[in-house]
Design a binder for this molecule. Structure first.
Ligand code: FAD
Length: 398
């Protein structure tokens, strides 16, 4: 039993092979070095993302006919490893992946043929546009409207905080298509081509936000659709099916987002362990003080629990279960575990934890930021308790 890897219990041989090959590629491609350069010079790693596609690592969630492995668990491994190796790259992938996974799930054959190959190759980048100035947590309050004029939908409205927004080639845009009914019954999703944020008639990038700590290597945009024309055939999954698609999509989004955070936390935790073993005070390694080593015990435990929850969720989705509760739990656990890891690491590094000599301080900023996207942690708690009471009620009625 001594030489066996505990990962064998969680992952198949093929999943392990995928992870090992990806790690090897990321080490050879000097992903960590590129990450450091991005933090110094703030550039968007589009070329590096394309390289990942060329090497065949992107979009493993796609079915075999589109070059994938047909399982979310591989996409989850990808998000985790990119999070650990190069955070900005992980943000591009975890957002693009909702686009290709959703097109693969709901798209017509023509839509799949048209959009999936370039997304798979990394030649195209995706974005999802749900949030609006007046519709944040309450996603059912969107005001963007799509009106059918002849064989074209005309889209008008604003979308805010859109990851990859100004760089994306393909956006999924949620808009109201029937104003007479409740938005849950009257919204649709559109595939909108924006050609890397280039000015298209009726499409404008109003601003790229400067978020906490600058959020280098990523973009988070405020977009304006001002009577933008989109062909009728670009509706995804049928007219007025937008709310259903959004809720399915959000479970995948949260699982992948949580995987990315588990990955982001990993090198920070490794730094805390290594530093605490090397640093000596009072004539001994600080790891011998329980005030330090118990912090390590706590953050390792929290991060491991988050990781297990993430992979459990991905496997539930792969087996066709509705995993709304589990994906909310994954996002909640992973973002709070990441926050605790970063917070404790800053403390363990003492004064040096606050300087940019070590990545602890930016990890702390990233961890704080991570509690808001993909639904705030309050909304995650809301979903979990709602599902728990629902399950309890249905058990009582059985
Ligand atoms: C880095 C980043 C990336 C993002 N990427 C995308 C993207 O790619 N696409 C996209 O569409 N959106 C994206 N978003 C938007 C994100 O999903 C929203 O910011 C989030 O859903 C919260 O909406 P809001 O900011 O309007 O806050 P609000 O909804 O206004 O919430 C304000 C506060 O009230 C709390 N609150 C609201 N309702 C409740 C409730 N019922 N119970 C308890 N508390 C509540 C919230 O938790 C929060 O603390 C991103 C945001 C960030 C910061």
């Amino acid at each position: 039993m001594k030489n066996r890897n505990k990962e064998e219990v969680l992952f198949s041989a093929d999943e392990k092979k995928f992870r090992d090959e990806l790690r090897e590629f990321l080490v050879k491609a000097e992903a960590k070095k590129i990450e450091h350069e991005i933090y110094e010079r703030d550039f968007y790693p589009r070329e590096f993302y394309e390289k990942l596609g060329e090497e065949g690592f992107l979009a493993p969630v796609l079915p075999a006919e589109y070059g994938g492995k047909g399982k979310l668990v591989y996409e989850t491994i990808l998000a985790e490893e990119l999070g650990a190796a190069c955070v900005p790259l992980a943000w591009i992938q975890s957002t693009s992946s909702y686009v290709y996974a959703t097109i693969a799930r709901y798209g017509s054959e023509e839509q799949k043929r048209r959009y999936l190959p370039a997304l798979k190759k990394g030649a195209n980048i995706g974005a999802i546009a749900i949030t609006e100035p007046e519709a944040g947590s309450d996603v059912m309050r969107i005001k963007t409207i799509a009106e059918l004029k002849g064989d074209t939908y005309v889209i008008s409205g604003e979308k805010r905080n859109i990851t990859n927004g100004s760089k994306a080639d393909i956006l999924l845009v949620w808009a109201i298509t029937d104003q007479r009914v409740d938005p849950a019954e009257g919204m649709s999703v559109f595939i909108v081509e924006s050609k890397a944020g280039m000015a298209e008639p009726g499409f404008e990038v109003l601003e790229d936000y400067k978020l906490l700590g600058g959020f280098p290597g990523t973009v988070n945009s405020h977009l304006l659709f001002d009577e933008m024309s989109v062909p009728e055939e670009n509706i995804l999954g049928g007219k007025n099916e937008g709310a259903k698609i959004m809720f399915d999509e959000l479970s995948i989004e949260r699982a992948l987002y949580a995987a990315m955070l588990v990955g982001e936390a990993r090198p920070v935790l490794e730094l805390a362990v290594a530093y605490s073993m090397e640093r000596e005070q009072f004539g001994t390694s600080i790891s011998r003080f329980e005030g330090i080593s118990f912090k390590i015990a706590d953050i390792v435990t929290r991060l491991e629990a988050a990781k297990l929850m993430v992979y459990h969720t991905a496997r539930l989705i792969d087996k066709g279960f509705d995993a709304e509760k589990e994906s909310a739990m994954s996002k909640l656990l992973a973002s709070e575990a990441f926050y605790e890891v970063a917070h404790s690491t800053v403390q363990i590094l003492g004064g040096r934890g606050l300087s940019d000599e070590y990545p602890a301080e930016w990890a702390f900023r990233m961890a704080r930021l991570s509690m808001i996207p993909a639904g705030t942690n309050e909304i995650m708690r809301f979903i979990v308790q709602r599902e728990v009471y629902k399950e309890h009620k249905s058990k009582k009625e059985e």
